[in-house]
Write a protein that binds this ligand. Structure first.
Ligand SMILES: NC(=O)c1ccc[n+]([C@@H]2O[C@H](COP(=O)([O-])OP(=O)(O)OC[C@H]3O[C@@H](n4cnc5c(N)ncnc54)[C@H](OP(=O)(O)O)[C@@H]3O)[C@@H](O)[C@H]2O)c1
Length: 314
């Protein structure tokens, strides 16, 4: 029997972060849940209690606010005296051309996804380094390795997360007991797509093949102990990255049409606005995104493309 570990998760009230919290709870760990919306965190905490968590602690905070992150980490360490696994999963998305996405929305995507991870590292590192033990896992994305149409803020934020991961490893080589890991999912069925800020002409959806958040959560907790198992989740990530790096002239030509069919929902009504980027919309959070079958989604998109072509001719 190992003692329960202290697992702190950002973005714990939805999707991948919620799945991480639930898995940690199932194995009997102490879970510390961080996101902006308190009620959604309370819902996850109640589930974690039922699943067998040693304890739950709800610490509402905005990861883009360094002071709030510092207070949440201090509360967790005050309660438990240590941190064993810290997972940075809080994230938001904005769709649309750079010129169409308001500066405040663009900046907040970067502040949440990238600077939020920096803020977290700033406050948990002294604890992990003092212990010379524990793990910090950053959730990146395959989009942190490539470019895709009309997702500039998300792309630069996730390239930054990947850079941060390597930088943390370089900077902390004097503490061999502290582990740093990086997990880059492809498409995952979570609410993030419906929560996204939208300033373009279509709605996003997870690209095929779509994973369940529980699969990513298992990888996240596995790499916390075995960081060398981190990195890409799914063979399709390797194929896409190969195309981006090895044949950029083909990639750049094909990514637009392919992305619209595979990673967008062309039939869904477009509701323009900031989504959950500037403030929590916790009522829309949940473990799953309810995106349905990805292949059927591609079929519906192809039908929509044909319909628009025929309509355009008529
Ligand atoms: N789903 C995918 O296909 C996919 C693919 C690759 C990578 N990822 C990455 O996986 C991570 C989790 O995404 P997800 O799909 O699980 O998204 P999700 O279901 O929308 O969950 C996002 C979580 O982040 C929290 N959050 C958002 N902004 C925050 C802020 N400023 N401060 C604190 N918490 C904040 C949200 O709660 P509040 O709004 O209440 O704060 C929520 O708990 C993200 O980093 C995302 O980029 C996702």
């Amino acid at each position: 029997m190992t003692a329960p570990r202290v697992v702190l998760v950002t973005g714990a009230s939805s999707g991948i972060g919620e799945a991480v919290a639930r898995e940690a709870a199932s194995r009997g760990d102490h879970v510390v849940l961080l996101a902006r919306g308190r009620e959604a965190l309370e819902r996850v905490a109640a589930d974690c209690d039922c699943l067998g968590a040693a304890s739950t602690l709800v610490t509402p905070a905005d990861v883009s606010d360094d002071t709030q992150v510092g207070q949440a980490v201090a509360e967790a360490v005050g309660r438990h005296g240590r941190l064993d696994v810290v997972v940075s999963s809080a994230g938001v998305v904005a769709y649309g051309p750079i010129a169409a996405v308001p500066a405040g929305v663009f900046d907040q995507v970067v502040s949440t996804n990238l600077l939020g991870a920096v803020n977290l590292a700033r406050h948990v590192l002294p604890v992990l380094r003092d212990q010379d033990d524990g793990a910090l896992v950053l959730v990146g994305s395959v989009i942190g390795h490539i470019g895709v149409p009309d997702m500039a803020a998300y792309v630069v934020s996730k390239w930054g997360v990947r850079g941060l991961f390597r930088q943390l490893r370089v900077d902390n080589r004097d503490r061999p007991g502290v582990r740093f890991a990086y997990v880059a999912p492809g498409g995952v069925d979570t609410p993030i797509y419906r929560q996204a800020a939208t300033y373009g002409d279509s709605v996003g959806r997870p690209p095929f093949p779509v994973d369940r958040p529980e699969k990513i959560a298992s990888r996240v907790l596995a790499v916390a102990d075995a960081p060398w198992r981190g990195g890409q989740v799914g063979l399709s990530n390797d194929v896409i990255r190969f195309g981006f790096n090895a044949v950029p002239w083909i990639y750049d030509r094909l990514v637009g049409p392919l992305f619209s069919v595979v990673a967008q929902d062309l039939a869904a009504p477009v509701v323009r606005g900031p989504g959950n980027v500037l403030a929590s919309r916790q009522d829309h959070n949940g473990l799953r995104g309810g995106q349905g079958n990805a292949l059927l989604g591609i079929g519906a998109n192809l039908a929509e493309v044909v319909r628009r072509r025929v309509g355009g001719r008529g």
